[in-house]
Design a protein around this ligand. Structure first.
Ligand code: KIV
Length: 272
């Protein structure tokens, strides 16, 4: 299969569901890509699920660069999107352009920006410069302090209307697709029907053009599981058992059982 492009993702709308997942390192990117996903996101969720930070606010450009490089080194067929971390695009358009172009130079196919109408000009500036942008509306974790926590967005009409307006503005600004996070499903459905770009949902119900999930959540690697995640395997248990087996084999002397010696005639010299 050939490398998927942004255009391929856009064309999937109304044809089939788009399957997206996060990855933060080379081996995971290889594995999820071999499973045939359409889009791999180097999410700033990396701060919480890989780096042990309390939120995504602590994630830096330098960290996103290292993890984006690792994912791109896997040469995924899937489209690679990277998150613009907190304060890498909010200060001004020049900053946003320089930071986004860094991700594109190291191999990402697109960048993702959290926020709606207020980032219209920045999205326009990036897309005008040839940098594909994915929007992210609804629950935007980089603004969890302002939002009053990680809560379901759009339960009341006023907020629902704002999210729908954000979606329209983000599409207008030139985004090629949009993530709708933890938003009332009726709102996500309305947006999906209204927009001509694909919506990719997380915790916003099934009426979207695609779904995205944090890979660590489906693998059971986290202490904390968001309410909308589904655990397909308990890798914490699998890994723990493997390490315990290794420990007991080392202690019992049954590991290692493969080892290699010196050339004939050399061993006696060593003993002398
Ligand atoms: O950072 C991330 O993993 C994300 C997804 C939850 C969409 O933005």
């Amino acid at each position: 299969m050939d490398k998927l492009t942004i255009r391929d993702i856009v064309k999937m709308k109304n044809k089939r569901k788009i399957v997206a997942i996060t990855a933060y390192d080379y081996p995971t990117a290889k594995i999820v890509d071999s499973a045939g996903v359409d889009l791999v996101l180097v999410g700033d969720s990396l701060g919480m699920v890989v780096l042990g930070y309390p939120s995504t606010l602590q994630v830096t450009m330098e960290e996103m660069i290292i993890h984006t490089k690792a994912v791109c080194n896997a040469n995924p067929k899937a489209v690679v999107v990277t998150d613009m971390p907190f304060m890498s695009y909010e200060v001004d358009e020049k900053d946003a352009l320089i930071n986004a172009s860094t991700f594109i130079r190291i191999g990402a196919d697109a960048v993702k920006i959290e926020g709606g109408e207020e980032y219209k000009n920045i999205i326009k500036r990036l897309t005008n410069a040839g940098i594909p942008v994915m929007g992210h509306i609804g629950l935007t974790p980089q603004k969890h302090k302002q939002l009053g926590g990680y809560r379901l967005i759009g339960k009341a009409y006023r907020e629902a209307k704002k999210v729908i307006n954000d979606a329209i503005e983000v599409e207008d600004a030139g985004a090629f697709s949009i993530v709708i996070e933890y938003t009332a499903y009726e709102v996500a459905k309305k947006i999906t029907e209204k927009l001509s770009i694909p919506t990719i949902c997380i915790g916003s119900g099934p009426y979207c053009d695609g779904q995205i999930i944090v890979v660590n959540d489906i693998l059971g690697l986290n202490d904390f599981q968001p309410p909308f995640a589904r655990k397909y395997v308990d890798l914490r248990e699998v890994i723990k058992k493997a390490v315990m087996n290794y420990k007991s084999d080392v202690l019992s002397g049954s590991f290692p059982d493969k080892y290699w010696g010196m050339k004939d005639g050399e061993k006696s010299k060593l003993e002398e």
